[in-house]
Design a protein around this ligand. Structure first.
Ligand code: TMP
Length: 215
């Protein structure tokens, strides 16, 4: 991989699926190869967006309506995209993002029932034509995912407190995203061990780079 090749990679999935562990491992591996990597998370990533994250993740479920929630997610995203993601890609760097627009489709579109069309339109308004080059969607039964988050012993955040049927709809949302974007999205079996998943991810990235930047 050459240093000037920009690449935008996102990690997606339900609660407790292990994507945050994997994105950190990937970031470390790419940094060790001397690549210019920036790692962000959503909601969050800038000072203002982290403030929005705190608003979204704490408090009771009814704190925000689904529409307010979708707009807050988008406000956080717009800040991160314009201040960090686009500038890093424009200088040829690699951007790794723990969640992006597909989370809004799955959580607000399906989980809360705002619908695919409405959340797609909002995503388009928020990020324009910016689309990840590659998206890893971690697949895990939400019963197992929620159990994993409980075992972390940190208490539940606002999303983890939504009921199982919400999280099942989120999974359906991700299945739809995968179906609609087969060239961009790669399904990851989140039950596999950490090392195997990390290896698969690196292999997929190499494949993608060869496709986009053939020598
Ligand atoms: P995290 O647990 O992966 O850090 O993500 C924070 C929560 O925010 C997670 O429960 C999913 C939720 N979320 C949405 O509902 N919609 C979005 O667009 C994003 C980015 C996150």
């Amino acid at each position: 991989m050459k240093a000037h090749q920009s690449l935008f990679i996102t990690f997606e999935g339900g609660e407790g699926c292990g994507k945050s562990t994997q994105i950190k491992l990937l970031s470390q591996a790419l940094l060790e190869k001397g690549l210019d990597v920036a790692l962000y998370r959503e909601p969050g990533g800038t000072k203002g967006a982290e403030e929005i994250r705190a608003l979204l993740l704490s408090g009771i479920q009814e704190r925000w309506t689904p529409t307010t929630e979708a707009l807050l997610m988008s406000a956080s995203r717009a800040d991160l995209v314009h201040k960090c993601i686009l500038p890093h890609l424009q200088k040829g760097g690699i951007v790794l993002c723990d969640r992006f627009t597909d989370s809004t489709l799955a959580y607000q579109g399906f989980g809360h029932g705002l619908g695919y069309e409405a959340t797609s339109a909002l995503n388009q308004f928020t990020v324009g034509s910016l689309t990840p080059d590659l998206t890893f969607i971690f697949q895990l039964d939400p019963i197992i995912g929620l159990e994993r988050t409980e075992n972390r012993g940190k208490g539940k955040d606002r999303y983890e407190s939504f009921d199982l049927s919400f999280h099942k709809r989120v999974q359906e949302g991700y299945a739809e995203v995968l179906k609609k974007n087969p060239d961009r999205c790669v399904a990851i079996d989140a039950l596999l061990d950490i090392e195997s998943i990390a290896k698969m991810i690196l292999e997929e990235i190499c494949r993608k780079v060869q496709q986009e930047y053939p020598v």
